[in-house]
Write a protein that binds this ligand. Structure first.
Ligand SMILES: [Zn+2]
Length: 261
């Protein structure tokens, strides 16, 4: 893709800005560093507005470093994730301890996410695309697909006391307040967040905190600053701004009065 193409990422129409009339967000991802490939810059913008964002990671990313045994890589990547989160104003980072690379799609994962949603009571959920093909036609990784779809389904289950009734027994009452689930890395985004300037800079610092992990990507010449600047400039024109991160927004609660009234 050509970053100077003003139709990049869309059919040329300007996308609406993602609504920001909310206070609490839960970001759900498979691995440490997933949120940092763009979404973290939007998180920086939101925390600067006084919003509260919590990170929920399905794994510790222990299978992510070729030259390091998972027993060492797990704790290292956890600490890099916590440091990266702090760069964008996030102090709450939780891990579900599913196995990296082989996350099982199913009710155990969904229940774990529902439990966190009922505890944190977010109004929006941010996760990643669950399609096989994702932005730029890239093939989406198995854990990413599983976690993205589980997050979308869990957002609805969170409000139903008869789904996972054992959670109510734990004191986790249903939460019906999730308005939308926003998926990053989608082929056809519907909304965008302007991250021009400071949010992008903080997002770059957030990805740079994953120093040990991204060292392993060095053979491909990977550098957080140039990469995120390039990616956000590809997204910018779709929103009519310099730099943007784009999301495919799935609405759970409709805006405004019912159209049949
Ligand atoms: Zn990942």
């Amino acid at each position: 893709m050509d970053p100077t193409n003003d139709k990049a990422g869309t059919d040329g129409t300007i996308l609406p800005a993602l609504p920001e009339d909310w206070q609490r967000c839960l970001a759900v991802a498979a691995h440490p560093d997933d949120i940092e490939y763009g979404t973290a810059s939007a998180v920086a913008r939101w925390t600067a507005q006084g919003k509260h964002v919590t990170y929920l990671l399905a794994t510790r990313g222990e299978a992510g470093i070729d030259g390091m045994h998972p027993d060492q890589a797990g704790p290292l990547r956890e600490s890099e994730e916590r440091a990266g989160a702090r760069e964008v104003g996030v102090d709450d980072v939780e891990f579900l301890d599913h196995r990296d690379g082989v996350i099982e799609d199913g009710l155990v994962l969904r229940r774990d996410i529902v439990r966190a949603m009922r505890r944190h009571r977010p109004e929006i959920v941010v996760s990643g695309a669950f399609t096989v093909r994702m932005v730029m036609g890239l093939t989406n990784q198995a854990d990413h697909r599983v976690v993205g779809l589980a997050a979308l389904d869990a957002a609805r289950d969170a409000g139903n006391r008869w789904i996972f009734p054992e959670l109510a027994d734990e004191g986790r009452e249903p939460w019906n307040g999730i308005r939308m689930v926003c998926l990053a890395g989608a082929q056809q985004p519907t909304h965008g967040v302007d991250i021009t300037g400071e949010p992008l800079a903080r997002g770059i610092a957030s990805l740079a905190a994953h120093a040990e992990y991204t060292k392993g990507l060095g053979a491909q010449g990977f550098e957080p600053g140039p990469f995120l600047t390039w990616a956000s400039k590809m997204g910018g024109p779709a929103l009519g701004v310099e730099s943007a991160v784009l999301f495919d927004v799935h609405q759970l609660i409709p805006d405004g009065p019912p159209p049949w009234v």
